[in-house]
Design a protein around this ligand. Structure first.
Ligand code: GLN
Length: 385
């Protein structure tokens, strides 16, 4: 049978694979990024109410009017933009939003700059749109992005740049100079930016998230991706947003109408209620996660691991090499889940080169007891006993 080789030759995503192994071995799962409760009861109740009391038929393809309005207000509040509901398209999760954005922006033959480590969905989706990836590779422990590295990846065929800020799995919240470096490369070379900002409200230690859309000259060339799953710790809901304007957003909305067409209306109604939460509630969520990060980091240090800083996201990284582990992160992760009952994600899954080979990503959005048990088990895996 002749199949599209792009998908036929693709391995199962590392997140699905590691979650499967975690279930199989009854392991503590610090792999795929999702929180272990508590889930926001008000939003669960809002979804249940909407399911019972409101229409369960197709909502408008671009989203429920109330959700588009709430998303516009949310981004105006946090990013200082002046969006209207027309600037918002609701999607079935951020991954669908990324697919629609890339289908809209990439013409076959275009080169697309991707900053690695990168979410493993970008590369196949760019390939499916006919684009050719040009990778800019960041290196641990700083994972710093420079204008020179970006410039070196741009050619006359470059049309699109994919930016992920904050950056999963590195836990980087890029600073103003780095975001400006991305913006100036886009402006100078007339690039469209797909800005995946799903971790925008999970930024720690008084750092500020700077949205690429809010940088002068960027709104009109940027499709910004958001995620209700990440905003509210409800990753299974798969409600995402594309924000932008003009012909660029129109094209993404057209792509969306033939990927999923629309997104379950009761979940949209509930997300609209979450987006109007007071700012303190988002701040409190981030503070609780920063605390969990510290619990995991301390427990891992006590086991003798070298822990890389995490400024944002659900994740921190272990520098296995500096921790005295000779095995690759892939081999260590496989052994840790099968023999010691703890799952993590090797950062090499996010990189085409070697830079992630000795780094393991761990999700800290878990209760303290789970984090402490995971650290103990990783310590055993490290000693090979
Ligand atoms: N973004 C999630 C993570 O990094 C994975 C998303 C998914 O598995 N679809 O864990």
């Amino acid at each position: 049978m002749r199949l599209n080789p792009l998908f036929a030759s693709l391995p199962t995503t590392v997140f699905e694979r590691m979650s499967g192994l975690a279930r199989q071995h009854d392991a503590v799962n610090l792999g795929q990024g999702f929180p272990d409760g508590p889930e926001p009861a008000d939003l669960l109740e809002a979804a249940a109410r909407a399911l019972r009391e409101r229409s369960n038929q197709y909502p408008p393809s671009r989203g429920l009017p109330e959700l588009r309005a709430a998303a516009a207000d949310f981004y105006n509040r946090f990013d200082g933009l002046a969006l209207t509901p027309e600037n918002v398209v609701v999607t079935s999760g951020a991954t669908e939003a990324i697919a629609a954005a890339l289908m809209a922006a990439v013409t076959p033959g275009d080169e697309v700059v991707v900053i690695e480590p990168a979410y493993d969905a970008y590369r196949p989706l760019i390939g499916r749109a006919g684009g050719v990836v040009r990778a800019v590779s960041l290196a641990p422990p700083e994972w710093r992005l420079t204008a020179e590295a970006l410039e070196a990846a741009v050619t006359p065929r470059t049309r699109v740049l994919v930016f992920n800020n904050p950056l999963n799995p590195a836990g980087r919240a890029f600073d103003a100079a780095e975001v400006e470096a991305v913006a100036s490369v886009c402006r100078r070379h007339d690039l469209i930016a797909v800005s995946d900002e799903v971790w925008e409200r999970l930024v720690y230690d008084d750092r500020r998230h700077l949205s690429l859309s809010s940088v002068p000259g960027m709104f009109e060339r940027t499709l910004k991706i958001g995620s209700a799953g990440k905003l509210f710790g409800l990753t299974g809901w798969k409600v995402g947003f594309i924000t932008g304007g003009g012909a660029l957003l129109e094209a993404a909305a057209k792509a969306h109408q033939f990927i999923t067409f629309s997104t379950p209306p009761h979940l949209q109604a509930a997300v609209a209620e979450g987006l109007i939460w007071p700012t303190e509630r988002f701040v409190d969520q981030a503070a609780a996660l920063a605390r969990s990060r510290d619990v995991l980091a301390e427990a891992l240090k006590a086991e003798g691991f070298v822990v890389l800083p995490s400024e944002a996201t659900y994740f921190l990284c272990l520098d296995l090499k500096s921790s005295g582990v000779v095995a690759s992160a892939v081999a260590f992760a496989d052994r840790a889940v099968a023999e010691h009952g703890v799952a993590g994600i090797p950062v090499s899954a996010f990189m085409s080169g070697e830079a992630g080979g000795g780094v393991l990503r761990l999700c800290f959005a878990k209760p303290d007891a789970v984090l402490e048990e995971a650290a103990r088990r990783l310590g055993k895996a490290r000693h090979g006993d």
